[in-house]
Design a protein around this ligand. Structure first.
Ligand SMILES: *[C@@H]1O[C@H](CO)[C@@H](O)[C@H](O)[C@H]1NC(C)=O
Ligand SMILES: *[C@@H]1O[C@H](CO)[C@@H](O)[C@H](O)[C@H]1NC(C)=O
Ligand SMILES: *[C@@H]1O[C@H](CO)[C@@H](O)[C@H](O)[C@H]1NC(C)=O
Ligand SMILES: *[C@@H]1O[C@H](CO)[C@@H](O)[C@H](O)[C@H]1NC(C)=O
Ligand SMILES: *[C@@H]1O[C@H](CO)[C@@H](O)[C@H](O)[C@H]1NC(C)=O
Length: 225
């Protein structure tokens, strides 16, 4: 018997066995169709959820003062209430109770005064980066009075800066430190460009380059448990 005849016989045998078990054949035919259909359906169904494009939008400028004011000043005139500030001011309402999950570390010292602790990590540690961080520390530290519709509140702020020698050390440290994000004084880390950090007065380095490393989860939000 030639090879072709053998093949024909095999196909005929397969065909017969398909015909004789119609339920199995139907499954063999429809299950792949259903699976393919479902995956294409999901692809099309979720397309608008994950593939949305937005029109270009120009946001109003936000004045940065480099100090405590930035934390309590609304980011935009279009945002009302306390949603527009970096520091959630609702945590500091006169006579208000403690928030379950404060952003940064908050200790209430009287009905209208709070002690706020903020910590910043930075890397690498050199004379110039340490000096810059000292300025940042001074710009935020101290006692600040805020005039709210419910009366004046005082936020006494303590800022701590901690240096690490490399970005990798800083990331490892912050990953551990920020495992609990509630009532945690750490805001994030600043990583200075090595060229600038080691040689700030080099004339050919005209830009101070740095990276800001923050957690990738939302911390300034509603109470969470
Ligand atoms: C935050 O932690 C400090 C102790 O580190 C504690 O005294 C304070 O009450 C805590 N604040 C809140 C709102 O839980
Ligand atoms: C902030 O106020 C507290 C008392 O509420 C005081 O002990 C402290 O010295 C003040 N700090 C500064 C920098 O004025
Ligand atoms: C709130 O503080 C401002 C100065 O920042 C002061 O003029 C005003 O009298 C204070 N208001 C109250 C109710 O103490
Ligand atoms: C990074 O800095 C923190 C805070 O100063 C320190 O506790 C930690 O040991 C440092 N990590 C390394 C690897 O030096
Ligand atoms: C200044 O920086 C440039 C570019 O990074 C480098 O080539 C040069 O050697 C540096 N000069 C000094 C004095 O370190």
């Amino acid at each position: 018997m030639g090879a072709f005849a053998q093949l024909r016989l095999l196909l005929w045998k397969n065909f017969l066995s398909q015909i004789r078990s119609p339920i199995f054949t139907a499954f063999e035919f429809f299950v792949p169709l259903i699976l393919i259909g479902a995956s294409f359906g999901l692809l099309l169904g979720f397309r608008y959820k994950f593939e949305t494009s937005y029109d270009e939008q120009i946001y109003p400028a936000w004045p940065v003062t480099g100090g405590f004011r930035d934390l309590v000043q609304p980011v935009s005139k279009n945002v009302y209430g306390t949603d527009g500030t970096i520091l959630p001011l609702e945590d500091f309402l006169p006579g208000g109770g403690p928030n379950k999950c404060p952003f940064l570390k908050v200790i209430q010292t009287s009905s209208t005064s709070w002690h706020l602790y903020m910590s910043l990590a930075y890397a690498p540690v050199t004379t110039s980066t340490a000096t810059i961080m000292k300025y940042a520390q001074a710009a935020y530290s101290g006692n600040h009075t805020i005039d709210t519709p419910l009366g004046n509140i005082t936020i006494s702020m303590t800022v701590e800066v901690n240096g690490n020698n490399s970005e990798a050390d800083l990331v490892t440290f912050l990953n551990n430190q920020l495992s609990d994000q509630c009532n945690n004084s750490y805001l994030g880390g600043i990583v200075f460009d090595d060229d600038f950090a080691n040689n700030p007065f080099n004339q050919s380095i005209s830009l101070i380059k740095y990276k800001i490393r923050l957690t990738n989860t939302e911390r300034r939000g509603d109470d969470s448990d």
